[in-house]
Design a protein around this ligand. Sequence first.
Ligand code: PHE
Length: 346
Amino acid sequence: MSADLDSIIHEAREAVGALAGRAQFEALKARFLGPNGSLTEAVKGIRDLPREERPDYGKRCNQIKTKLEAILATALKKIELAELQRSLGPPVDPSLPSPDGGPGGCHLLSSVREEICRIFHKVGFNVEEGTEVETEFYCFDALNFPSDHPAKDVHDTYLLPSSVIYGNVPKRDKESYLLRTHTSTVQVRVMMAKEPPLRFVSPGRCFRRDTADPTHTSNFHQVEGIYVDRHVTVKDLKALLDYFVAALFEKDVKTRFRPSFFPFTEPSFEMDLKSPSLGKLSNQWIEIMGCGMVDPAVFEAVGYDPEVWKGYAFGMGVERVAQSLYGVDDIRYLYQNDLRFLEQFA
Ligand code: PHE
């Protein structure tokens, strides 16, 4: 009997070396300790022994069981460790530098904005910037919006709680802070700070309460432009914008002005363009920007004499320009940061 017990340990030692996983471990454990396991059967055999041999045999069985359990526990630990290592993947050395992601590139919106500014800079336009947080005065009142204009409604504009203080945005009584709905705010800021004549473009981010669809997002970009001097006419405006469009598209492009309305320009126009080589948009009129002659009421608001000074202004959406140039048919692609899309333009 005792020799049988020793062979259990011998067998167990050999078998654990070949275990490949938890299922095999459980089967091996059952082979010794299960209801019909060899050690279980050996313990049952105590009944057939003469009385005086039973105490020694029982003791021996317990010793073997303890040994066997220790062998099995070590084997289980080994299996658990292997499982953990498998779940962690290959070993990581945190002291190594991260893998090189390759050179970065310019986002399509940034490169189109730069290109627009570069074209205007060539003919004397500086770049001026404003702030994204504004007040009603700069966004609406100084631009001749009547006080009940729908654009001032909370449904169209993100108004900010008055408890918030923005250091560099002066606020008048009872005015609200808001996220600017257009870059025309920069016209007002610069004209209030500088004397005419002046000529600049102002690129920047704008916000409107729009639900996202292929042509709208609540956050978008514009480039505004303004020229103020003593003798400025619609002819000058049209000539400048034709130059701009020809330089930007480098293609055979036709333009047209359509009458429109903005509170801060009079007369006001929408400019459309058409080209035979704009992919899906070929040969259809595409609305590209709003423009017009600066309304005398704006000059009055900023302290310029409207009898002396004339000017034109224009404003375009950077997304719209990028979409027309590159045939991007959904504005939301520009914000999803999918490298497969962005890398095409970088
Ligand atoms: N601010 C106008 C808009 O957001 C665009 C514009 C700018 C129109 C300048 C005329 C002159 O739609």
